[in-house]
Design a protein around this ligand. Sequence first.
Ligand SMILES: [Fe+2]
Length: 501
Amino acid sequence: MSALLKAPSVTSTLPREPGAAPSANPDAFRSLYEPLANGIPGGQERAAAADFLRDALRDTANGADELPATGASLVDWMETNMRSVHGQYQNYLQARHGGAPRRYFTNRAHALYFLRQVAPTKLVDGAWLYGLCAYADNPRLSDLVLTYLEELGNGDADKNHVTLYRGLLARYGLDPLDGVPDTHYQQGLIQLALGWNAQEFLPEIVGFNLAYEQLPLHLLITAYELNELGIDPYYFTLHVTVDNADTGHARRACQAAIDAAPRMDDGGEYWRRVRAGARLGDVGVGTLDVIRSFDIDQEVVRIFAQKAPAGHGAHSDFCKVAGRKVNDWLADPQEVPAFLAALEQAGWIRKNQPATESRFWNLLQGDRAEMFGVFSPYELQVIHDWLRGDASADGAAFEAAAGAHGTDGLPQLPRRPVSFRVAERLRQARAGRSGTAGSAAPAGSTSQWLDTDLSLLRERLPTLAPAEQRDLLVRAMSPALHWTPAGLVATQAFVERTYSV
Ligand SMILES: [Fe+2]
């Protein structure tokens, strides 16, 4: 049954017992993340998410947060943070212009690795605010609801943050997310758990939003270095602009914290809970941790180990390396490091040389490549940069080395890497048109979209009373659906109904 119309169940199978330590199950975060991210969770799943949040709040109770001691000086605090980040970014730019190397990404594979590893968080962008849509009539929550709607691009696919990230994954061949560690689902799970339990955790949502929507230095540097490596930085530059201190999400988050604060004396409880919510933004694996975790040797081994079950048995008996059949090498993924060493010894792999110097690479790419299509674009980039070694710091895309011959039949010269913006300008000039490339947005007008949830939405909506219509629209704006055709149409309808005068 469609996720849109499935009634919330109270008998769903839980991935773990409420309160159980997440580490007891190697997929603990992901197994709770999936039902919250990819469907309408049942009562038990929402309760498990609330338990998870209570555990996280307890675990972070004594941690530091960067919020001021009281809510009285929030705007000053935000502006001070913004000035500090801008100053640090200017220093970074000065260093780069002075010849310093990239601070984050050693090569293109490293940057793509980062985009892939943080995907579980980015694919639920904005989810912590979802639960407030049902309370959009309360003007004290309107800044939070508006922020959620902007995360959804107000129903415009080209501005929906999750759609944009999905576009990045598709464009650079980064999915499926096989091998992304369970811990990388923890922060996304925090966000989903807040979104599905707004009634219980409103002050924590306000605090999480306050901390999360402030401009971080890593956002600016990431956008700069992605562009430099020829990778579309729009998802990141968009966040630089929407989080601005004047009218953007950062400012709105301050106003939301002020608006939602109780007028009656609560003995400081609200602000304590806001600060506890702010600390939840640091739960899980942070941006810099992900960047530092890149080890290209390990990533190559992981990729080959992932392929081994499919490759085992796919080779003929004539395919031998170091006297052993390739099928036998691939029978046990644990043997991948030894297999790679054997390939290198036998001359199939030549490290620290152009990729095309390796016979193995020429099996993957180029004319008559016998293993063409076996590896995804991301995997090819990792193998390409691994083969090239330090030379991969130039950020060249694997396609630059891919074919021995161009479409004109002439040998291809290596292409000099150019930034994403320059490449886009060239592409647009050649195509004689403008537009965002690589979008995952459905093409054409909404009336042309073919989608099961959208059909159900269109069929069901006219038959319902106004309050039920609102419920259905809100359900279609949930993290699982808002980026789909049904979700985008529902978001547009919700905006129209809520804000039209
Ligand atoms: Fe966002």
